[in-house]
Design a protein around this ligand. Sequence first.
Ligand code: SER
Length: 317
Amino acid sequence: MSKDKILVIGASGQIGSVLMQALSKAYGLNNVIATDIREGLHDDLFFEKLNVLDAPRLAEIVEKHAITQIYHLAAILSAKGEEAPLKTWNINMPGLFNVLEVAREKGVAKIFFPSSIAAFGDDIPRQNTPQNAVLKPTTVYGISKVAGELWLQYYYRKYGLDVRSVRFPGIVGYQSEPGGGTTDYAVEIYHKAVLGSTYNCFLAADTRLPMIYMEDAIRGTLELMEAPASALTVRTSYNLAGMSFTPKEAAASIRKHIPDFEIKYEPDARQKIAASWPESIDDHIAREDWGWRPKFDLEAMTQDMIVHLQENYAVLQ
Ligand code: SER
């Protein structure tokens, strides 16, 4: 039996809700505490309402449950962030500081914090963007991720805090819905296809972006967190790749299962954000350091998404 007690912040979100299940399975139901600003979305046995900006409440929860690991997933994403830049900064950064400080003060052993392909921006090679490409993001979300990465490394170097991070591509899954991101189209498209509706895509047909299937994203996160500390050479955030595709390619892949699926393209403000991001990612350091390998390509993901969404919608009928 593991002695770890894990706290998930943002447990009702796109990643958090799926991660909760994986962590409960790996560490035992009693050892994983879900927290979120929203109540009622969780039927988890151990749920605590938490606004991560409330540092005393965070400290109280960490103490009460003798937490040893924190997964800090609460943040405002790229597209939503652009609607209120300073508000986004004032949530994303102090939220992270509260987590780093409570970890330092209460002796929490390990932290996971997701960075993103949004950390990249101007002046990068867009194909196979390397780990050490220049980080000049164009969104406030991206700026908060770059700053966050550097603060992780700072706490690691100064205080020896074992912080671990990956730069997630867009995450696609049937279990949960994203909110406020630029890669959200890649989830919406499958829902519309399975429901028999036309999809109005907010990105242009040929916009290529790095993506990853939820199952790979969750497995990769757990593998990174389980890797021996001595194997890790990156303490900012690891590049992580799953696959890369365009909306047009996703639609073609869906049509192999749902031949009459229709898509229209109405690019909006999110197009500019997408155009500033990599098209594909070089993740060889994650592969070398902790054995990262994605399992799903576009075709395997499409098949799995459609099967699961068809089941989910059939249950609702
Ligand atoms: N999926 C996120 C977004 O689109 C990127 O990390 O904002």
